[in-house]
Design a protein around this ligand. Structure first.
Ligand SMILES: *Cc1c(COP(=O)(O)O)cnc(C)c1O
Length: 380
């Protein structure tokens, strides 16, 4: 049977070229980067080279790049790190209702330790209103965390504008850009943010490695203590193969992003057109029509159970998602779809298709050819 993977927002396969570059760092080149001998110097150099490439990709300085275990850790590091450092200055945090749980649960957890927070409203497309953001800022606001692009609906926030407002009020600005990695140009100077999170496995590097960009001078504490790794900001022996891999994945993005984005957007738009123009499907778009990452298509199919639909798609060899991967199987409606004004029933009827660089036109044509069957089977 044909197998079609359309769940790239949950995770991506490691690019073969990334894997090839990583392989020696599991066996021949195994030294601890903290060791002073040649074995250690070899891996130290590999880590520092990766840092340079990542910095170049983000238009940052290598000293502003910190390697972590992934997006979740980067989000925790950013928000907790600033909260701990500035706890005597203020205790108020601002975020949005459509953040990944790595951000939301971190903020809720900080609230258990005396911090306070405001969750901004979003509009029907999932956009944060800069004026609402300005209004929410208090004298004791220390940090704001608003995601670059949403993992479920793909909506891209006006990050540059939000960061400017934050800075007018002396608020540190973090963005979870995990869903922007490998999908949109991420230029930290242009965006004007202080902290930015990325995760390797969302852009063709392996799972278990991530990046936190920390602008020079940002008030932040480490959250993981131990050795003096990562310039004394993130303790723990470096994941050398993962870091080498995420560096190569960033290098490939610089070479291939523009071309891939055009191709992926065309395929996504073809699928979107086919679905929304087919009246039998009773389909509506979730998310912003244009301010959206190029690979993401979230659709409400009236009257279906999305859990059943995922299984029906699966029977045809197609991998899609009913909500974010982290929530699959749970019976609470997507907090993202609820925040944009969908009813719980509508949220349970929504499917996310997320394309990637290995998606082909043949695959999209195949999905289009079976979708009526799949959706009608999910309506029973
Ligand atoms: C996947 C994801 C994360 C978590 O990244 P991990 O590397 O899986 O921990 C955080 N934020 C967003 C928006 C994501 O899509």
């Amino acid at each position: 049977m044909k197998k079609v993977y359309l769940d790239y927002n949950a995770t991506t396969p490691t690019d073969r070229r990334v894997l090839e570059i990583m392989l020696p760092y599991f066996s021949e080149k195994f030294g601890n980067p903290s060791s002073v001998h040649a074995f250690g110097r070899e891996t130290r150099e590999a880590v520092e080279n990766a840092r340079k490439v990542v910095a170049q990709c983000l238009n940052a300085d290598p000293e502003e790049i910190f390697f972590t275990s992934g997006g979740t850790e980067s989000d925790n590091f950013a928000i907790r790190g600033v909260a701990y450092r500035l706890k005597d200055k203020g205790k108020h945090i601002i975020t949005s209702p459509i953040e990944h749980s790595a951000v939301l649960k971190t903020v809720y957890d900080l609230a258990d330790f005396g911090f306070e927070f405001t969750v901004l409203p979003v509009d029907q497309y999932g956009l944060v209103d800069p004026d609402e953001f300005r209004k929410a800022i208090r004298r004791d606001t220390i940090v704001a965390s608003i995601m670059f692009a949403n993992n479920e609906i793909g909506t891209i926030q006006p990050i540059k504008e939000l960061a400017e407002i934050a800075h007018e009020h002396g608020v540190v600005f973090h963005t979870d850009a995990v869903q922007g990695g490998g999908k949109a140009k991420l230029d930290v100077q242009e965006l004007g943010i202080d902290l930015l999170s990325l995760s390797g496995h969302k852009f063709y590097a392996p799972k278990g490695v991530g990046i936190l960009y920390i602008k020079k001078g940002t008030p932040i504490n480490k959250i993981q203590t131990g050795g003096s790794h990562e310039r004394n900001m993130r303790a723990g022996t470096e994941n050398v193969p993962g870091i080498v891999g995420i560096g190569e994945a960033c290098r490939l993005i610089m070479e291939e992003l523009d071309e891939q984005n055009v191709r992926i957007k065309n395929l996504r738009d073809k699928l979107q057109e086919a679905i929304l123009s087919n009246e039998a499907l009773k389909a509506k778009l979730n998310g912003h029509p244009t301010k959206r990452v190029v690979n993401t298509l979230n659709v409400l199919f009236e009257g279906i159970d999305a859990g059943d639909a995922v299984l029906e798609f699966d029977k045809k060899g197609i991998g899609v998602s009913a909500a974010s991967a982290c929530k699959a199987g749970s019976r609470t409606p997507s907090h993202v779809l609820m925040a944009i004004g969908r009813t719980p029933e509508e949220a349970y009827s929504s499917i996310r298709f997320s394309l990637g660089k290995y998606t082909t036109e043949d695959e999209i044509d195949y999905v289009i050819s079976v979708i009526e069957d799949v959706i009608s089977a999910s309506r029973k």
